[in-house]
Design a protein around this ligand. Structure first.
Ligand SMILES: NC(=O)c1ccc[n+]([C@@H]2O[C@H](COP(=O)([O-])OP(=O)(O)OC[C@H]3O[C@@H](n4cnc5c(N)ncnc54)[C@H](OP(=O)(O)O)[C@@H]3O)[C@@H](O)[C@H]2O)c1
Length: 277
């Protein structure tokens, strides 16, 4: 069933920039009550100021999602401010672009902490409120922004792929579990996206595979795809031409995808490729 977001309370993580920020703008325009979160207090306040000039009902709730106390406080504040919670959009994330053999445990743990543990523990805190939303007939949902890296392992992105595969696995598991609470669980798989600030998005940036970050998909297009998924209640959506082909190819022609990945890695194995930031 198509979802109407007018008047619905939507919490968006990673809303201080990138895909999350654009999704917040679009959902506010559609009449949702939007709660934005991230750590960048000034950036969030600026977005809220801009959106309020359009008459949108928005508020920022800064939080470091890797901290359990922040997650609890965040959800309590959102519910107290808006009187409930109908939709959670998990968009906060980081990445690391570099070879596994020369990476470090700290990078692996940081990527997992933000992309996986923070997101899933936030879902747990939100479940009672989303369940209450269901009893009011508000069509509650959790929309997880993973990545095509959650469906296909890409060289030079080992930590990112691992965290997103874990996130995709958990998403599929929750989809079945949450039927009893009436909560829809949706999955978004963007391809490579042009980040607002690559230096903040990447913990490391010296991968040996050709990835054109500069020519990547605009965050606006991904945000459009996110909103479409939410309104159409699409269980899983690969966003963009490349992501869709990787998603489709991995299912239908896995050997071809493996061959292409191997070639991409071998072609650049002996070159130093640093992405321009
Ligand atoms: N960029 C890509 O190529 C790409 C491709 C596929 C999937 N994705 C996924 O799409 C999502 C958004 O990506 P993006 O490109 O829009 O990223 P981005 O522009 O770097 O934004 C990341 C967001 O996550 C927030 N964040 C990071 N660590 C946090 C923490 N500890 N606590 C709270 N918030 C935190 C940041 O806010 P603060 O810095 O203010 O805390 C920021 O708002 C991520 O999950 C990413 O993995 C991205």
């Amino acid at each position: 069933m198509r979802r109407d977001v007018r008047g619905r309370v939507i919490l968006i993580t990673g809303a201080s920039r990138g895909i999350g920020k654009r999704a917040a703008e679009r959902l506010a325009k559609l009449g949702a009550k939007v709660a934005l979160t991230g750590r960048s207090v000034a950036d969030l306040a600026q977005i809220v100021r801009e959106l309020r000039t359009t008459g949108a009902e928005v508020e920022s709730f800064p939080a470091d999602l890797t901290l359990a106390a922040d997650r609890e406080r965040l959800v309590q504040r959102v519910v107290a401010h808006f009187g409930g919670l109908d939709i959670l959009i998990n968009c906060a994330g980081v990445s690391s672009f570099g070879e596994f053999a020369t990476s470090e445990e700290t990078i692996n743990r940081k990527v997992m902490e933000i992309n996986f543990f923070a997101a899933i523990e936030l879902i747990r805190v939100c479940v009672p409120h989303l369940t209450a939303s269901g009893t009011k007939g508000h069509q509650p949902a959790v929309l997880n922004v993973a990545s095509i890296c959650g469906r296909c392992g890409i060289p030079s992105l080992p930590e990112h792929c691992a965290s997103k595969h874990a996130f995709v696995g958990l998403t599929e598991s929750l989809r079945g579990e949450f039927v009893r609470y009436g909560i829809d669980v949706l999955l978004l798989l963007p391809g490579l996206v042009h980040s607002d600030d690559l230096n903040r998005h990447l913990l490391r940036n010296d991968g040996k595979i050709y990835l054109n970050f500069e020519g990547a998909q605009p965050a606006d297009e991904v945000a459009d795809g996110l909103v479409r998924s939410l309104l159409d209640n699409r269980r899983e959506a690969a966003i963009g031409f490349v992501a869709w082909w990787v998603w489709f190819g991995k299912r239908m022609f896995p050997r071809v995808v493996r061959f292409i990945m191997k070639r991409k890695a071998l072609r650049f194995a002996n070159r130093t490729t640093k992405v321009a930031c």
